[in-house]
Design a protein around this ligand. Structure first.
Ligand code: ADP
Length: 258
C-alpha cells in the first residue's frame, strides 16, 4: 500500500491521524511486470526477422555491386543501415526488461581499454561525416564486460553525434586518474539545462518532449549505460551547458593483474 497526499489531522497540537489516498501498488507492480514480460517477448520475436532482413539487404547490395548498379547498391546499403538502427532500438527494449527483472548478465574479463576505444571509434566514424577527434592518455587493462562497455561507448558517441547537428566534430578522450580509467565524449551541440542533468539517466527520460520530433529515440540508452557502468563498479556523469554542448564521462576501476 502507498499513502499519497497525506495530511496530518492535529487536535490540541497533537497529530491524531493522517488522512490521504491509499493505493494498492501491488496492482501497479503486476502491470509493470506484465508490460516488461510483453516487451521482452515482443522484442525477442522482432529480432529474428530483422536478422534475416539484414542478411537479405547485404546479399542484395553485393549483387548490385557485382552488376555495376551503384544506385541500387546504395539503396540496399541504406536499407541495411535502417535495419541496424531498428535492431539497436529493439536491443535497448530487451535490455530494459532484463534490467527491470534483475536479469542482465555481465560477462566480465580482462581487456585493453584503449583497444576497445579505437575499435568503437572506427565503427562509429563509418556512420558519420563529423570528425571524431581523439585524445588518449596511456591506458591500462580493466576487468569488465567488454561488449557491454563497447555498448556504453557507442551510446555516448552516437548521442554526441545526434545531439550536435550543426557541429562538425566531437572529441573522445581517455585518461587514468586514481586507479580508474576515465572515458569522455565531448560535443558542441544543443546541451542541456542544469536542472535536467540528473534525470537523463532515468528510464524513458528525454529532456524536451518536442525533441521527439527532431531527434529520434526512446530515452533508454543512458539508463542502460548507467546500469552497466554501476554494475561494473564504475561511475557515469555529465557536464553540460544549454546551446553550448555536453561532455559525458564514465569511469571504471583499473585491473590489477597480480
Ligand atoms: P535517447 O537519445 O534515445 O532519447 P538517451 O537515454 O540516450 O535516450 O538520452 C536521454 C536524453 O538525454 C535524450 O533524450 C536527450 O534529451 C538527452 N541527451 C543525451 N545525450 C545528449 C547530448 N550529447 N546532448 C544533449 N542532450 C543529450
Amino acid at each position: 500500500w502507498f499513502l499519497s497526499r497525506a495530511k496530518p489531522v492535529i487536535v490540541d497540537g497533537v497529530i491524531t491521524k493522517w488522512v490521504g489516498t491509499c493505493t494498492n501498488i501491488n496492482e501497479f507492480k503486476n502491470l509493470s511486470t506484465q508490460k516488461d514480460t510483453f516487451l521482452g517477448i515482443a522484442s525477442h520475436e522482432l529480432k529474428t526477422p530483422l536478422t534475416s532482413l539484414k542478411l537479405y539487404a547485404q546479399v542484395l547490395e553485393r549483387m548490385m555491386v557485382k552488376s555495376g548498379d551503384e544506385r541500387n547498391a546504395d539503396l540496399a546499403r541504406k536499407m541495411d543501415l535502417q535495419v541496424v538502427k531498428l535492431t539497436s532500438l529493439i536491443s535497448d527494449l530487451l535490455d530494459v526488461t532484463k534490467i527491470n527483472a534483475g536479469k542482465i548478465h555481465l560477462n566480465e574479463d580482462y581487456f585493453g581499454f584503449d583497444e576497445l576505444i579505437k575499435e568503437t571509434i572506427e565503427e562509429q566514424q563509418m556512420s558519420t561525416s563529423k570528425k571524431i577527434e581523439t585524445n588518449f592518455d596511456v591506458i591500462g587493462t580493466v576487468f569488465a564486460d567488454k561488449e557491454r562497455t563497447a555498448q556504453v561507448m557507442t551510446n555516448l558517441i552516437s548521442n554526441a553525434i545526434k545531439y550536435s547537428p550543426a557541429a562538425d566534430r566531437i572529441i573522445v578522450s581517455s585518461k587514468v586518474q586514481d586507479n580508474n580509467v576515465i572515458f569522455s565524449v565531448q560535443d558542441f551541440g544543443i546541451g542541456m539545462p542544469a536542472d535536467k542533468l540528473e534525470k537523463v539517466f532515468d528510464q524513458y527520460y528525454r529532456v524536451a518532449e518536442d525533441q521527439n520530433n527532431t531527434f529520434p529515440g526512446l530515452g533508454l540508452g543512458l539508463y542502460i549505460a548507467a546500469e552497466i557502468i554501476e554494475r561494473s563498479n564504475g561511475k557515469i556523469w555529465v557536464e553540460s551547458e544549454l546551446n553550448r554542448g555536453s561532455t559525458f564521462y564514465f569511469s571504471l576501476p583499473l585491473a590489477h593483474n597480480d
